[in-house]
Design a protein around this ligand. Structure first.
Ligand SMILES: [Zn+2]
Length: 237
């Protein structure tokens, strides 16, 4: 076998792995096998990914507190480590805290061993800052590999029923209207309290929070029930 054959073999193996990742993501998300895309009970679960961010997450927590709304945060471990007081506050305010990898890296780029490390490191940070063991895991971009569910078996893997593109400022202008159209029949909505990932607008969370405030105002007047994903009480029972 010469170098050309080896290169062709490696390329074939890489594209087979890529195809496996795409098939796993599409197959698992389409069938819903082993993951949560919607709750089996009434209400809307607002979920916030990619934080905590020192400015936006603090503002968001103020808004949720003023509104009396409980939500679910999927935190990035390294950011949780930098701002542990925000993770503690999430828990103390009655929100749920789940894992969104230690770094915001795609599952497709991780070996099973590296994925386990991402989960364990973030689990540890959440336990140290909030004093509670996380039950939930959301892979960045909702990407699943053929081994994701086996490696993450200790957690409930949560995707979403509604994704609104709020990481771009241009998608936030009519966000409150689009949120109002979401039914309270177990919908899981994903929003973002940090805009530092590639492809996101740094200041987008400011626009998202402004629209969320408008939405919560009208939703609460209508009596829309907001719930956390697992529904467990803040003391972990
Ligand atoms: Zn994310």
């Amino acid at each position: 076998m010469n170098a050309k054959h080896i290169a062709a073999g490696l390329a074939a193996a890489a594209s087979a792995a890529a195809a496996g990742n795409l098939l796993a993501t599409a197959g698992i998300r389409m069938t819903g096998a082993g993951i949560t895309k919607k709750l089996g009970r009434r209400g809307i679960a607002l979920t916030f990914d990619d934080g905590p961010h020192p400015l936006y997450t603090a503002r968001l927590l103020d808004l949720l507190e003023e509104s009396g709304v409980r939500a679910t945060f999927f935190v990035v471990g390294e950011k949780a480590e930098a701002y542990p007081w925000l993770v503690r506050r999430m828990h103390e305010d009655g929100h749920e805290v789940g894992i969104h990898h230690y770094k915001h890296v795609s599952t497709w780029r991780l070996t099973p061993h590296r994925l386990r490390e991402e989960l364990e490191a973030t689990d540890r940070v959440i336990r140290m800052s909030a004093g509670v063991k996380p039950l939930l895991y959301r892979p960045p971009w909702g990407r699943l590999s053929p081994f994701t569910l086996a490696v993450a078996k200790d957690y409930e893997t949560v995707i979403w029923s509604h994704i609104l593109g709020d990481w771009k400022i241009q998608n936030c202008f009519d966000l409150s209207k689009r949120l109002e159209a979401i039914p309270a029949d177990g919908s899981i909505v994903v929003l973002h309290d940090d805009g530092s990932n590639p492809g996101a607008d740094e200041a987008a969370p400011a626009f998202m929070i402004g629209e969320l405030e408008k939405y919560l105002d009208s939703a609460l007047r209508k009596g829309t029930p907001f719930v956390t994903v697992s529904g467990r009480d803040p003391d972990g029972h």
